[in-house]
Design a protein around this ligand. Structure first.
Ligand SMILES: [Zn+2]
Length: 214
């Protein structure tokens, strides 16, 4: 038996809500950081030849400053705590798949977005976690300056080290704006990365996972 979850829109983190789980990030911006970032963005706009006194740009530095803090909020959250907040003893030892988790991240080389989908599976070894927690772990790592390769590895290691399952599989498919808007301008290329531990290193198990996420 396979538990199969498709998460269409994982946008919980965009809400203003907070709760007492101890890890939930809410949309409060640090006033000093916002002011400092705004100051730098005004300088950047000036340097690229903009007239920062024109009306349309009046609040742009502040908006970008807040936007950047939102996009990089993953630094404020410990993904291990997310998993630990919902760990349950359960004798289920079959594949659990969470597929089509939307990811939005920023490449650390160009500070341009890369975005796409992550598919994550694990085979519990006596401990399961809440399905939404897997998607949250993906989100926390994605909301940092990243490389797709490292993002894949970090998600795998976090689940592996925390739940100690029989195996973890992570596949990420993403488009990189640093390839599409600049550089070689390949508009439709998709980069796929994958990482597997334990039982997923066996061909039959890995093939089953790949078949189920297609
Ligand atoms: Zn890049």
């Amino acid at each position: 038996m396979v538990i199969f979850v498709r998460i269409k829109k994982f946008m919980d983190m965009c809400s203003n809500k907070s709760n007492n789980n101890g890890y939930e990030k809410f949309e409060v911006f640090d006033k000093n950081i916002t002011e400092e970032l705004s100051h730098h963005y005004r300088g950047i706009l000036n340097l690229v030849g903009e007239d920062i006194s024109r009306e349309g740009l009046a609040r742009t530095p502040e908006r970008v400053a807040k936007s950047l803090q939102f996009l990089l909020q993953g630094y404020q959250t410990d993904p291990v705590e997310i998993l630990k907040s919902a760990m349950f003893r359960e004798d289920y030892r079959q594949m659990v798949i969470v597929k089509d988790i939307e990811i939005y991240s920023l490449c650390e080389h160009h500070l341009l977005p890369f975005f796409g989908k992550a598919h994550v599976a694990y085979i519990p070894n006596g401990i399961v976690t809440g399905l939404s927690k897997i998607a949250r772990v993906v989100d926390v790592f994605a909301r940092r300056l990243q490389l797709q390769e490292r993002l894949t590895l970090q998600i795998k290691e976090c689940i592996h080290d925390t739940l100690k399952p029989l195996g973890v599989a992570v596949v990420i498919e993403a488009q990189h704006l640093c390839m599409q808007m600049r550089g070689i301008q390949k508009q439709h290329s998709i980069t796929t990365t994958s990482d597997f531990t334990g039982a997923f290193q066996k061909e039959a198990t890995r093939d089953e996972f790949i078949r189920l996420i297609r």
